[in-house]
Design a protein around this ligand. Sequence first.
Ligand code: FE
Ligand code: FE
Ligand code: ZN
Length: 274
Amino acid sequence: MYFGCHLSAGKGAAAMVETARSIGANTFAFFTRNPRGSKAKQEDPADAAKAVRLLEDYGFGKLVAHGAYTMNLCTADPEARAFAADVLADDLRRMAALPGNFYNFHPGSHVGQGAQAGIEQIAQALRQALRHDYPVTVLLETMAGKGSEIGGRFEELQAILDAVGSAQVGVCLDTCHVYDGGYDLVSDLDGVLAEFDRVIGLNRLKALHLNDSKNPFGSHKDRHACLGEGSLGLETFRRIVNHPVLKDKPMILETPNELPGYQQEIALLREMES
Ligand code: FE
Ligand code: FE
Ligand code: ZN
């Protein structure tokens, strides 16, 4: 199985692969640029090529890069929206240096324009970025439905997928977000997956973010907790890790940890595998 965590991209791609391996991970996530800004690192093709070789040598699963939090494809200001669309396209172009991996992002917040307008704006940015046919699969993240966030309901993600009309787009399921959003992973994991299948289709589910939640079911809050220290609990993660539909997907921790804590959680997940 493929377990990993969020890593700092500071020392480059090859260094991230080595760091991941050193803590027992065989996939990982990283921000393609400053998560709270928009500045991207200088590209380093030799480093990327080395990372590609290491990923192959070490038998890693697909990586799950993460777009900046500030990239809002459905912000109300047309100029800011165009900038966000350019950032998306540039991120997908950059992902070509690590071909065949995933790029996940938060669909966006419609900031009062209404979900329908937001969905159309997100889809338009994706259609534009995907025209270039870069070797990357784009993932929409399931959200907690905080404020005017799009993606708190499976129907909204499906509407984006429909409007984009590309097999190159899938979904990354964040356990904290989905539970906060009102999908009961704790008492009815099979029911949530059946609902995902009915609305979106499980063939579109490509990766997971494994996070416990500091808040109760349906709270729409989005505060991550370490595994077993929140309202989801370890038994829920044991079921997720061993679920036949989920077990081959990259599972990324975004828990409030530094590397030693992530190492422990990855070991815990590996112990849970039955
Ligand atoms: Fe995220
Ligand atoms: Fe997440
Ligand atoms: Zn979150």
